[in-house]
Ligand binder design. Sequence first.
Ligand code: ZN
Length: 97
Amino acid sequence: MMYYNKEQLKKIREKGEEQLKELEKENKGGRYKSAADMEIVCQHCQHDHFEKGEALLNTRGLTFLDLDWLNGSAITLACTRCGFIHWFAKEVQRVEE
Ligand SMILES: [Zn+2]
């Protein structure tokens, strides 16, 4: 049997709340800036939090379309509110909150 005093219980609870906040942060995504130094806002619903992802672009198709500059991988930002996916061929930067 283990006993905790009031102070210890308080610490345990605070730690739990911190971890919960971290998890919530992950779930609501983050804010991002494009290579043009503009903060990214959802084109569909104007929300400003996104989940970042990466997608491989189809090389042959892009060459055919004369879009070789796009070759490689693209950054995708999915709006955490409506799910609209934004595509970027250049790196985006996370904005610290
Ligand atoms: Zn949206």
